[in-house]
Design a protein around this ligand. Structure first.
Ligand SMILES: [Cu+2]
Length: 71
């Protein structure tokens, strides 16, 4: 197991509810240990176990919401 910390750009967030939605989407992913979402910075800081998930999968989970776009 190896822990990785990344910062994603999240487009489409406009308020605190969006912030919570994105936070929930990311925290539901198996392997994610920490997540800090900022509507102000349009970003998400995610800490995860890279033997369980990946940056690609986290981006995909956010994009699958069809409300927000991660990159
Ligand atoms: Cu919102």
């Amino acid at each position: 197991m190896s822990t990785e910390k990344i910062t994603l750009k999240i487009e489409g967030m406009t308020c605190g509810h969006c912030e919570k939605s994105v936070d929930r989407i990311i925290k539901e992913i198996d392997g994610v240990s920490e997540c800090t979402v900022s509507v102000k910075n349009s970003s998400a800081e995610v800490t995860f176990d890279n033997s369980k998930t990946s940056k690609q999968l986290i981006i995909k989970a956010v994009n699958d919401s069809e409300l927000y776009k991660a990159s």
